[in-house]
Design a protein around this ligand. Structure first.
Ligand SMILES: Cc1ncc(COP(=O)(O)OP(=O)(O)O)c(N)n1
Ligand SMILES: Cc1nc(C(=O)O)sc1CCOP(=O)(O)O
Ligand SMILES: [Mg+2]
Length: 209
């Protein structure tokens, strides 16, 4: 699958109960290509059930599901994985999930992290945060210039994350982002129709720029 376009990321506080599948359905209907299940709870049964439900939705829309942090759950469902700097070995994850699995790596604002992640077998390199983030205000800051430098150095897909909105998205795509990873700027609304409208807006930017 081509890693380009909107990368939707879930948030358990923004999407409680039935809002999770409904808002995700809207994001996928609006064109999101990747969906990350990001849930920091320790309720294994609930996480398994929710991830399975999201996988069914992704399959329907032809999108790819990525699990945040949890190699065991990704392996159980046969889907992708996103790992941060302290979330375990990317090499081991690649070995376990196989060469075709999508495995993403957090690189913050560091080309050294990017170098290491590329060598360890990452499918994409994620940089951020580019703007003030409601979801993760303490994440280290990155700039579009870094994205331009990474673009020159890597042919791997580049993901931009952190405070991304429809308003600030074009400058990240112009700087070289292949995917925009978005939580609040996509799901932070009380209306599923608005989620779909935003998702379409992001998707159209990739068609245009
Ligand atoms: C696409 C993408 N990029 C970065 C992150 C952040 O991962 P991490 O640093 O491990 O932080 P948590 O998301 O686990 O809080 C991400 N999840 N997705
Ligand atoms: C999970 C996460 N990681 C980040 C990083 O910079 O590594 S920023 C972030 C939160 C993204 O949510 P929002 O779109 O609401 O800002
Ligand atoms: Mg993590």
């Amino acid at each position: 699958m081509t890693l380009r376009g909107l990368y939707a990321i879930t948030d358990s506080q923004l999407l409680p109960g039935e809002r999770l599948p409904q808002w995700v359905d809207a994001a996928l209907a609006g064109g999101a290509r990747l969906l990350q299940y990001r849930d920091k709870s320790t309720d294994v049964a609930l996480r398994r059930e929710q991830a399975q439900r999201l996988k069914t939705l992704c399959d329907y829309y032809g999108a790819a599901l990525i699990i945040n942090d949890d190699l065991a759950l990704a392996a159980e469902l046969g889907v992708g994985l996103h790992l941060g700097r302290d979330d375990g070995s990317l090499r081991e994850a690649r070995q376990q999930l196989g060469r075709n699995a999508i495995i993403g790596a957090t690189c913050h604002a560091s080309l050294e992290f990017a170098e290491q992640s590329a060598a360890d077998g990452a499918s994409y390199l994620a940089f951020g945060r580019f703007f003030q983030s409601v979801t993760k205000p303490g994440a280290p800051a990155a700039t579009p210039v870094l994205l331009e430098q990474a673009r020159k150095r890597y042919s791997l897909p580049l993901v931009a994350i952190g405070g991304v909105t429809l308003h600030n998205a074009p400058q990240l795509i112009s700087a070289g982002a292949d995917m925009l990873a978005v939580v609040h700027g996509l799901f932070g609304t009380d209306s599923a129709a608005e989620v779909e409208r935003r998702a379409r807006g992001f998707s159209e930017l990739f068609a245009r720029l």
